[in-house]
Design a protein around this ligand. Structure first.
Ligand code: DQA
Length: 144
C-alpha cells in the first residue's frame, strides 16, 4: 500500500515540544520509523508536515488516486478546521486520524474533533505507535 502521513502544526517540533506529553523522539525519527514499518510490510510511507492549513489541504487533495490511505495528525486544526474536514470529504482516499496524546485526558477544547467524522476512525493516546496501528489497520483490511 501507499501511505501518505500528514502531520499538522507544531509536530515538526516533536522531541523538543512538551516531551512529557509527546515523547522524546523527533519528527525525523518518526518518519524513519514509519517508512521502515511500511517497508517491512511491502508498502511505502511518504511523510508530509506543515504548519499551514492550506498546505495540509493541498496535500489531502494530492492523495486522490495517488495514495491508498492517509494517516493524519492535524494537530490543533483537529479542533476547529472545517476546511480540513471538507478536504477529507472531497477525496475518496480513506483517512485515520491519529493523536499522540490522549486528548480526552486533556483540556476540554481538545475533546472535540471536527475532522474525525470524515475519517474511518481515530486513534489517540498510544504515542507514536498510533501511526503504526493505523497503518496496520489498513494493511489488514487490504489483506482480506
Ligand atoms: C495532538 C493533540 C492536539 O490537541 C494538539 O493541538 C497537537 C497534537 C496530539 O498528537 O496529541 O498539536 O494532535
Amino acid at each position: 500500500m501507499k501511505f501518505l502521513i500528514i502531520n499538522g502544526p507544531n509536530l515538526n517540533l516533536l522531541g523538543q515540544r512538551e516531551p512529557e506529553i509527546y515523547g522524546k523522539d523527533g519528527y525525523d525519527a518518526l518518519c524513519e520509523r514509519l517508512k521502515a514499518f511500511a517497508q517491512a510490510h511491502g508498502s511505502t510511507a511518504e511523510c508530509f508536515q506543515s504548519n499551514h492549513e492550506g498546505a495540509i489541504i493541498d496535500a489531502i487533495h494530492t492523495a486522490q488516486g495517488t495514495y491508498d490511505a492517509i494517516i493524519m495528525n492535524p494537530g490543533a486544526y483537529t479542533h476547529y478546521s472545517i476546511a480540513i474536514l471538507d478536504a477529507l470529504k472531497a477525496v475518496d482516499t480513506p483517512c485515520i486520524e491519529v493523536h499522540i496524546s490522549n486528548v480526552h485526558q486533556r483540556e476540554e477544547f481538545r475533546h472535540k474533533s471536527v475532522t474525525a467524522p470524515a475519517c474511518v476512525g481515530q486513534i489517540c493516546g498510544l504515542g507514536l505507535y498510533g501511526y503504526e496501528a493505523a497503518m496496520g489497520y489498513f494493511l489488514e483490511k487490504a489483506d482480506h
